[in-house]
Design a protein around this ligand. Structure first.
Ligand code: MRU
Length: 331
C-alpha cells in the first residue's frame, strides 16, 4: 500500500483529500473544486478529525477566494457556511478565520496562509505527540507500553502524523510500544476502518476491540495508559472528543491508569470557561439503526446519536499540546 502523503492538500486550484468513506476497501483521492463539494465531504466524513477539518476550513476559504475574486461578501458567505458545516471541532472555524484574515491581501495571500497552516499542522502534531510520549514513559512503570486509543487520531485525522496515534507512532519508532488496543468506535467505526488501516500500513502491533470491551481490557491488566485526541478543549481543560471517550476516562480512573489527551493548541477554545457550553453534533439515526446499509433495529426505532461527549478535566491526567501539558490532574 505504501505511504500516501498528506490527507488533505491543494493541487491545481482544487482541494485534494483522501476519501475516508472509501477506506479500508479502497485508498482513493477526491478532487473538490467547489465550496459545496468540500462542505458535502466534511458532512459525510470523507474528510474528518479536528486538525484535518482546520486545514479543510482554510483551504475552503482559498477555494472561495479563487472563485469569487474581489467579491469579498461572497467569500465571507462561503466562509460562514464552511465554519458551520460541523459544530463541535473548533479547528474548523479556526482554520476558516485564519485564512479569511488574509483576504485583504488578495487570493494568493489566502492560499499562502492555508498552505502554511498545512506545514504547521504536521510540525505541531509531532511536537505534541513527543511531549505526550515522554509523559507516558515518565508515568508508567511497565516497558514496553501497552496503550488503548479511541476513534482515529492518526495522519488521516490531521494533515500528517497524527495526535494520539502520533504518540503511538513515536513510541513504536523508539522501541517503547508493545501494542495498541484500538477501539472500533461505534457507530461509524473510525477505529476499525481508519486506525486499524493506518496501524497495519505501518506494521505497528495492534488489536481491534469492540468499544464495550475497553473497560474489560483494563480490568484484565492489558492496558498501561489511554491516549485520545480532542475536538474542542475548554479553558479549564474539559475535553470534547468522539462519543465513548468519557466512558474510557471513567474506566481509566477506576483502574488508576493515566488518561492523556493530545491535540494541537488550535483545538483549545479559550472562549469557553468549561465544557458545558460545547455544542455536541447529533448525527443521523441511520448511523445507529443500520450497519453497512442493512437495518439492525426495528424500522423507525428512536435513536440517541451524539457524535461526541465531554470528559471533565478531573478525569484527565494531562491535556498535551505542542506547548506541553496545558491542563489535567498532573499539571
Ligand atoms: O467525527 P470525527 O471522526 O470527525 O471525530 C473525530 C474525533 O473525535 C477525533 O478523536 C478528534 O477529532 C481528534 S483527531 C486528531
Amino acid at each position: 500500500m505504501g505511504h500516501v502523503g498528506r490527507t488533505i492538500d491543494w493541487a491545481d486550484g482544487t482541494v485534494v483529500i483522501v476519501d475516508q468513506c472509501a477506506l479500508p476497501a479502497e485508498h482513493r483521492l477526491l478532487r473538490l473544486a467547489t465550496v459545496d463539494e468540500l462542505i458535502g465531504a466534511i458532512q459525510r466524513l470523507a474528510v474528518r478529525g479536528a486538525p484535518a477539518l482546520g486545514a479543510a476550513g482554510a483551504l475552503g476559504v482559498a477555494l472561495a477566494a479563487h472563485r469569487h475574486g474581489t467579491d469579498t461578501a461572497a467569500v465571507h458567505a462561503d466562509a460562514e457556511r464552511l465554519a458551520t458545516a460541523r459544530p463541535t471541532a473548533v479547528n474548523l472555524r479556526w482554520g476558516v478565520e485564519r485564512a479569511l484574515a488574509k483576504l485583504s491581501g488578495g487570493t494568493d495571500a489566502v492560499l499562502a496562509e492555508a498552505l502554511a497552516m498545512l506545514d504547521e499542522d504536521e510540525r505541531v502534531n509531532r511536537e505534541a505527540s513527543a511531549h505526550a510520549a515522554r509523559l507516558l514513559l515518565d508515568t508508567c512503570a511497565r516497558r514496553p507500553l501497552r496503550l488503548l486509543t479511541h476513534c482515529n487520531t492518526g495522519r488521516l485525522a490531521t494533515v500528517d502524523w497524527g495526535t494520539a496515534l502520533g504518540v503511538v507512532r513515536q513510541l513504536h519508532a523508539d522501541g517503547q510500544l508493545e501494542y495498541v488496543l484500538a477501539d472500533e468506535t461505534r457507530p461509524l467505526l473510525q477505529g476499525a476502518r481508519l486506525t486499524a488501516w493506518e496501524l497495519a500500513e505501518e506494521a505497528i502491533p495492534y488489536r481491534l476491540l469492540p468499544d464495550s470491551a475497553a473497560a474489560a481490557a483494563m480490568a484484565r491488566g492489558l492496558v498501561d495508559g489511554v491516549v485520545v485526541g480532542a475536538d474542542r478543549i475548554a479553558a479549564n481543560g474539559d475535553t470534547a472528543n468522539k462519543i465513548g471517550t468519557y466512558g474510557l476516562a471513567l474506566a481509566a480512573a477506576r483502574h488508576g491508569l493515566p488518561f492523556v489527551v493530545v491535540a494541537p493548541s488550535s483545538t483549545v477554545d479559550a472562549s469557553l470557561p468549561d465544557g458545558g457550553a460545547i455544542v455536541i453534533e447529533e448525527r443521523a439515526p441511520e448511523e445507529v439503526t443500520h450497519v453497512a446499509g442493512s437495518p439492525v433495529a426495528p424500522k423507525d426505532a428512536p435513536v440517541f446519536n451524539p457524535a461526541f461527549d465531554v470528559t471533565p478535566v478531573d478525569l484527565i491526567t494531562a491535556v498535551v499540546t505542542e506547548h506541553g501539558v496545558v491542563a489535567g490532574t498532573a499539571r
